[in-house]
Design a binder for this molecule. Structure first.
Ligand SMILES: Cc1cc2nc3c(=O)[nH]c(=O)nc-3n(C[C@H](O)[C@H](O)[C@H](O)COP(=O)(O)OP(=O)(O)OC[C@H]3O[C@@H](n4cnc5c(N)ncnc54)[C@H](O)[C@@H]3O)c2cc1C
Ligand SMILES: *[C@@H]1O[C@H](CO)[C@@H](O)[C@H](O)[C@H]1NC(C)=O
Ligand SMILES: *[C@@H]1O[C@H](CO)[C@@H](O)[C@H](O)[C@H]1NC(C)=O
Ligand SMILES: *[C@@H]1O[C@H](CO)[C@@H](O)[C@H](O)[C@H]1NC(C)=O
Ligand SMILES: *[C@@H]1O[C@H](CO)[C@@H](O)[C@H](O)[C@H]1NC(C)=O
Length: 604
């Protein structure tokens, strides 16, 4: 806790240092000091190296007008927005009504230039309100945003950020749980307008694959892709969530979804990328051309090696699919022990489910357990019912009230649209998570379910402040040989569990530091202890956990770091908890504020 509160306190110091203005920028780097140590930082507003208005105007011309000072949409509900570039009058009743009405809507949120879906890492300093005199500030959002319409606009932004040593953020959907789609003081490049989806009936490029494929632009999201390929009788691996993007976090971090037990991770599907390097060069990379970079871009960390402009991924013929929902509600169970016994029975069968080819998405929130849904591709409803039968029999034997809804669909697409829901935008919460392997489920199921209870109620004063989102799948079920830079243990997985901890709106730095400590050292610690053979997922995990390199990538981390060093030695791209050019030089403070990416080693 002491460490984390000092991180957050340091954030304040950083803000103050910037406001005071730093005088020197050696080699384009800004020296800053925390905790008695020297860092070299990106150039922020107030530093003398921050580009002058003339340079920004030139950039605006280069990107054909698609550059704006980033004003969060919530500012419409406030009289003024106090940004780093000055104060603006922002109140607009109609716009405020629109923003308020849509605030919980995922698709609306992803369609904004730079809004984040999950607010915690934005610092949430400008929210919708009925009181326009409340303050509205930028928090940890970026200062400028390019809404790129052409690849040349992305290139202009990358060149500008590199030349001026600005913090650079690539943003498609703003979905990121751990704040990587925003960045305090940054230039943001929004890629959401690249919506191309081109179906390739028979791919004939490098990589030993011969079959249908689809080439997708950097702005495409899951549901849109599922719909478009289904119209041609095809299916592809996406996330379960309809609004998650494909080429950014999903493929860059690994990507699991309803088709993963059958076909592997999203990253495994890639045949080729079109990219822009941090030096502003366009390249096509695949199994023949820059194969190591190609490998790293598949799961080795989003926003780490290059900007992805498009990805060509494998597609598969549509198949029939069956779905089932399972509910165990405390509304009908007054005894909590009975509820948890139901969860224990469900989870005990999770190896059996993935071994039978299933994927399942489940949630445990106070008072409710639901699996919505179990997914069985290429299996009839009778087959699915038979797979679930031993669990149902055990629930019945133990007299656990429950409810099951089964149905067969003509295609996976029909199941996806019927059973998967948009989740709400706007949560203010911390997220952690851990993957339980087959072995851990087999050996420690009771301990895993006890750890779930710790996640839900991590401390006597935090009863029911936690939540769990679990995903049953095994990326190794049909694909024992991974071709991507994903943690090798995904191929022995059964349950990837996300831990959630709500944070009260407006929490003080002390409260935030305390809750971060609970996430790392109580909730995630319980999950880790219950799953000693596990690891975790860079997209859905605590960015401040110890040993993140090993937890996210295991043995392949050193190779990924070498590739980061090769393709982005100066750290033009930066995302927390992804491979860094050099080892051991960044503290958590620096990682959270992109300040360790220094050229001059003696600053570390
Ligand atoms: C409600 C919800 C459900 C989720 N469900 C799933 C799921 O089923 N499966 C799963 O695997 N994950 C899931 N996730 C996690 C998801 O993978 C991450 O949030 C991921 O970062 C989202 O990627 P994005 O590109 O949509 O988001 P963004 O926020 O736009 O970007 C995320 C990261 O990718 C980088 N990036 C974006 N575009 C590019 C690009 N073109 N080139 C290089 N870097 C880029 C960004 O800089 C950032 O670091 C879920 C998250 C949420 C909030
Ligand atoms: C972030 O939020 C904290 C409160 O938790 C506040 O003290 C701090 O000033 C905020 N910083 C910025 C830059 O918004
Ligand atoms: C359990 O909860 C689900 C979802 O909230 C609801 O649809 C279902 O009717 C509930 N069942 C019982 C028995 O309360
Ligand atoms: C679907 O099932 C059929 C027979 O049940 C089998 O031959 C085929 O290989 C399966 N397809 C996939 C992709 O598993
Ligand atoms: C690195 O920083 C040190 C300390 O400020 C300075 O003396 C040295 O000249 C710098 N080296 C380079 C290569 O910039």
């Amino acid at each position: 806790m002491a460490r984390l509160s000092s991180i957050l306190a340091s954030a304040l110091l950083l803000v103050q240092a910037v406001q005071a203005g730093a005088s020197k920028c050696p080699s384009g780097l800004v020296p800053r000091e925390w905790e008695g140590r020297q860092y070299g930082c990106k150039c922020y507003v107030g530093d003398s190296c921050w580009p002058k208005a003339k340079a920004w105007n030139q950039l605006k011309t280069t990107v054909e007008g698609n550059l704006q000072v980033h004003v969060p949409p919530e500012a419409a509900c406030h009289n003024t927005f106090e940004g780093p570039l000055g104060t603006l009058n922002t109140f607009d009743a109609d716009k405020c009504a629109e923003v308020t009405a849509n605030y919980g809507d995922e698709q609306w949120s992803t369609d904004q230039p730079a809004l984040n879906l999950w607010k915690y890492f934005t610092n949430n300093t400008c929210t919708v309100t009925e009181n326009p005199s409340e303050p509205c500030t930028l928090g940890y959002y970026g200062v400028y945003v390019i809404t790129a319409k052409k690849h040349a606009h992305i290139k202009a932004g990358v060149d500008f950020a590199r030349t001026h040593n600005l913090r650079l953020i690539i943003r498609n959907t703003g979905h990121d749980f751990i704040g990587r789609s925003t960045g305090w003081g940054a230039l943001i490049i929004n890629t959401h307008s690249f919506q191309d989806i081109d179906i390739i009936t028979s791919f004939s490029g490098p990589g030993n694959y011969d079959g249908p494929a689809v080439k997708i632009g950097a702005g495409v999201q899951g549901r849109q892709l599922v719909r478009t390929v289904a119209a041609q009788g095809l299916a592809v691996v996406t996330g379960e969530c309809p609004t998650v993007g494909i080429t950014g976090g999903l493929i860059g971090g690994g990507g699991h979804g309803p088709l993963t037990t059958l076909y592997g991770m999203a990253a495994d599907q890639v045949l080729e990328f079109d990219i822009l390097t941090v030096n502003g060069e366009y390249k096509t990379v695949n199994a023949d051309n820059e194969p190591e970079l190609f490998w790293a871009l598949k799961g080795g960390g989003p926003s780490t090696y290059a900007v992805v402009l498009s990805a060509t991924i494998r597609a598969f013929p549509e198949l029939i699919a069956s779905g089932a929902d399972l509910f165990i509600n405390t509304t009908v169970i007054s005894d909590e022990a009975v509820f948890w016994e139901g969860v224990r029975i469900f989870h005990k069968w999770s190896n059996h489910f993935v071994d039978s080819g299933l994927y399942a998405y489940f949630e445990i929130f106070p008072g409710t357990f639901r699996t919505k849904p179990f997914v069985a591709i290429n299996q009839t409803v009778d087959q699915l019912e038979a797979i679930l039968a031993p669990m149902i029999a055990e629930l019945e034997e133990a007299a656990i009230p429950h409810e099951v809804q089964l149905r067969q669909y003509e295609t996976f697409h029909d199941l996806y649209i019927d059973r998967f829901e948009d989740e709400g935008a706007g949560a203010f919460a911390l997220t952690g998570g851990w993957l339980f392997t087959h072995k851990d489920v087999e050996d420690h199921n009771d301990a895993i379910v006890e750890a779930f209870q710790t996640v839900i109620s991590p401390r006597p004063d935090l009863v029911y402040q936690g939540g769990i989102i679990g995903h049953l799948f095994d990326a190794g079920h049909n694909h024992p040989v991974p071709n991507s830079a994903t943690h090798p243990l995904w191929r022995k997985g059964t349950d990837f569990t996300i831990a959630i901890l709500s944070v009260p709106q407006g929490a003080s730095l002390e409260v935030k530091a305390d809750l971060q400590d609970v996430l790392t050292n109580v909730q995630d610690a319980a999950l880790r202890a219950a799953g000693p053979n596990g690891f975790t997922y860079v997209n859905e995990a605590d960015p401040f956990q110890p040993n993140w390199q090993d937890h996210f990538w295991g043995d392949i981390y050193p190779e990924l770091r070498a590739l980061k060093k090769k393709w982005d030695p100066r750290g033009v791209l930066y995302a927390v908890s992804t491979p860094e050019p050099r080892s051991g030089r960044s503290s958590s403070t620096a990682r959270a504020f992109a300040c360790a990416l220094i050229k001059n080693k003696s600053y570390t």
